[in-house]
Design a protein around this ligand. Structure first.
Ligand code: GDP
Length: 296
């Protein structure tokens, strides 16, 4: 399951009929292509990049044929995706510290649960730190995932200092010789200064136990929110050093163009995509699979 069937069916039918009806790539075709891409949430800037590249290469074709145009567009999308498709190199650090941020409801806890379960089923030793101490429910939910996969969850009481949880979790990860420490943080955006201060404190405390931690600050974004997700990504990127994106709920939206826009506009690699609510429904992002599914 690619999670892209909604995006694909909204996009590809229209693209195919556009190209089938086109004898040349004229301004009308370009304008309609722009409109189709924007509807699928590729965003203005990314759409412009795609269309420019497409138009340039279409000019070089001797005769236009719908299949050729389709392949051209597919190739342009693929090229944009390649730039920022870097899988996480988990074995570069031990323990590898993965800090997870994102606003409520985007699927942060679910993503952490899926990651914990997947890593531990690959034989990796995982420790979870429930440093989102604002919501007792978040820590409870993490414990449920933890029990399911036999992963230790470090938590404190609701309202406790997130940095104290991070410190204990880092200590536990080192003591247990863990391969991966995943930290759930509140990472709220009520104010940028607030978030920055909170994150700085977390970094400081973590760094005391594990020198160069965190090794990844993963921002979770909800694909169904479309351009809003891009706005969030920009804000978080300015406030803290985001190093990668997990894009959730791709299965529930026709706005899958988001995945392309994030890389192209923000220069951030999409590490994972969420394609459903089950444990298996989180995948490392694969550009070729993505475009193949999009153009299915
Ligand atoms: P949090 O507030 O960010 O921690 O969000 P949760 O992890 O509690 O997730 C919010 C809702 O989104 C839950 O109902 C999850 O099952 C759902 N969810 C998370 N990821 C995905 C996904 O990739 N696809 C779908 N369809 N639902 C998801």
């Amino acid at each position: 399951r690619s999670g892209l069937s909604k995006t694909s069916s909204a996009l590809i039918g229209r693209i195919d009929s556009l190209f089938t009806g086109a004898s040349t790539v004229n301004q009308d075709v370009i304008e309609e292509l722009e409109e189709i891409l924007i509807t699928a949430d590729f965003g203005m800037k990314t759409t412009q990049m795609l269309v420019d590249g497409f138009q340039q290469r279409a000019k070089e074709l001797k005769e236009t044929d719908a299949d050729q145009l389709r392949d051209l567009l597919k190739d342009e999308i693929r090229r944009l995706l390649d730039v920022n498709a870097e899988p996480l190199a988990l074995d570069r650090h031990s323990p590898f510290v993965l800090m997870v941020i994102g606003v409520n409801g985007v699927g942060k806890t679910t993503t952490i649960g899926k990651l914990a379960q997947q890593f531990s089923s690959q034989g990796k030793k995982v420790v979870l730190g429930a440093a989102d101490t604002f919501r007792a429910a978040a820590a409870d939910q993490l414990e449920v995932w933890g029990e399911r996969s036999g992963v230790k969850v470090i938590r404190h009481d609701e309202g406790a200092d997130p940095a104290a949880v991070a410190f204990d979790a880092a200590k536990a990860a080192v003591a247990r010789n863990a391969d991966i420490l995943i930290l759930d943080t509140a990472g709220r955006l009520h104010t940028k200064v607030n978030l920055m201060e909170e994150m700085k404190k977390l970094y400081r405390v973590l760094g005391r136990e594990i020198g160069d931690a965190p090794h990844e600050t993963l921002l979770v974004l909800d694909a169904t929110t479309g351009q809003n997700a891009l706005v969030q990504a920009r804000l978080f990127k300015e406030a803290v050093g985001v190093t990668g994106i997990a894009l959730t709920k791709l299965d529930g939206t026709a706005k899958g163009g988001m995945a392309v826009a994030i890389g192209a506009e923000l220069g951030l690699p999409v590490r994972f995509v969420g394609v459903g609510e089950g444990i298996e429904d989180l995948r490392p992002f694969d550009p070729q699979m993505f475009v193949d599914a999009l153009f299915e």
